[in-house]
Write a protein that binds this ligand. Structure first.
Ligand SMILES: [Zn+2]
Length: 312
């Protein structure tokens, strides 16, 4: 345990304590949630030790989520949300006239983002992935992801045009060092895409397995400090305000009915195409993703926070 508490984003030693970090696993048992008085970052403190975290994350899916859930609706959801991420990043690249030949993804999981990226951009020369969960390797190999064993083992002669860090950063204790290590081989003028949950301590029952709780401002502070510019930060999905009230009787039951209809194959009227879902051709994916509003960019803090930015 490191006892010196400072903001992992801006280094400030000033904070207010929000409450205990809510967890089941012993490595988090002494953690509190702190809010940095300077940049507003919310973080767990004191952070678990690096070695404990590494061991915990190595068995990540077993520790954090019980086991990998491959229910058809989960598969459809993961596929749909990753298609939306791919479309988002590709639109940014196009807008900035950046050609992406080589991609590096940190924590590609089962390859849900990679699959859509490679399908929509078959001209991609290299899609490399660093996945610590060995149970995912067969899937990644089948999709065509070139696996990298460790950041230190990256080929030194390869540079990347895009680095993808989706739902990984919130698990790290030193985000600046982590992003630096991941983007060491990102070319100047290349794109970094990060997605994290936004302030999920405000709407989830457990804080575990997360250590960092981002909003737009601290994300901007962090990325600017690391030499990134031309930043697009955006909120996606249902607003946190709505998520906090989600346990209302009406909504709970209407989503139960919706799930039942989806399971029975009665997709209409949930599968109609909507703005933001134009590229989603699978009716089940449209039906599953729609209630999450992941295709909508929101003005207020929402479930997901995306950052797309260019390395200077
Ligand atoms: Zn701070």
């Amino acid at each position: 345990m490191s006892l010196a508490i400072s903001c992992p984003v801006c280094g400030s030693r000033f904070y207010t304590t929000i409450r205990k970090h809510r967890s089941h696993t012993v490595i988090f048992k002494d953690c509190f949630l702190q809010r940095c008085t300077d940049c507003d970052m919310v973080y767990a403190a004191p952070m678990p030790g690096e070695k404990e975290l590494e061991q915990y994350n190595a068995g990540y899916f077993v520790n954090a989520h019980g086991q990998v859930n491959m229910h058809p609706l989960t598969v459809a959801f993961l596929s749909a949300i990753n298609l939306l991420r791919v479309v988002h990043v590709a639109a940014f690249a196009e807008q900035h006239h950046i050609k992406i030949d080589r991609v590096l993804e940190i924590g590609p999981g089962g390859g849900e983002f990679a699959k859509h990226w490679l399908r929509l951009h078959p001209e991609t020369l290299l899609y490399a992935g660093l996945e610590s969960d060995a149970t995912r390797h067969t899937n990644l190999d089948a999709i065509g992801v070139t696996r990298i064993e460790a950041l230190e083992k990256m080929p030194t002669d390869t540079n990347y045009d895009l680095v993808v860090i989706s739902h990984v950063l919130e698990h790290t204790s030193n985000p600046a060092a982590f992003i630096n290590a991941c983007t060491r081989k990102l070319s100047a003028g290349g794109i970094l895409f990060i997605e994290v949950p936004c302030n999920d301590h405000e709407h989830k029952e457990l804080d575990e397995p997360h250590l960092l709780f981002f909003d737009k401002h601290p994300m901007r502070v962090l990325l600017e400090k690391l030499g990134f510019g031309d930043m697009k930060l955006s909120y996606h999905g249902n607003t946190i305000e709505k998520l906090r009230n989600k346990r209302s009787f009406l909504e709970r039951n209407s989503s139960r009915v919706r799930n039942l209809l989806i399971r029975k194959g009665l997709l209409f009227p949930f599968a109609r195409r909507q703005p933001g879902l134009e590229k989603m051709h699978d009716a089940l994916e449209r039906a599953v993703i729609k209630p999450f509003n992941a295709h909508k960019e929101q003005d207020k803090p929402s479930w997901w926070l995306r950052a797309v930015t260019i390395k200077k």
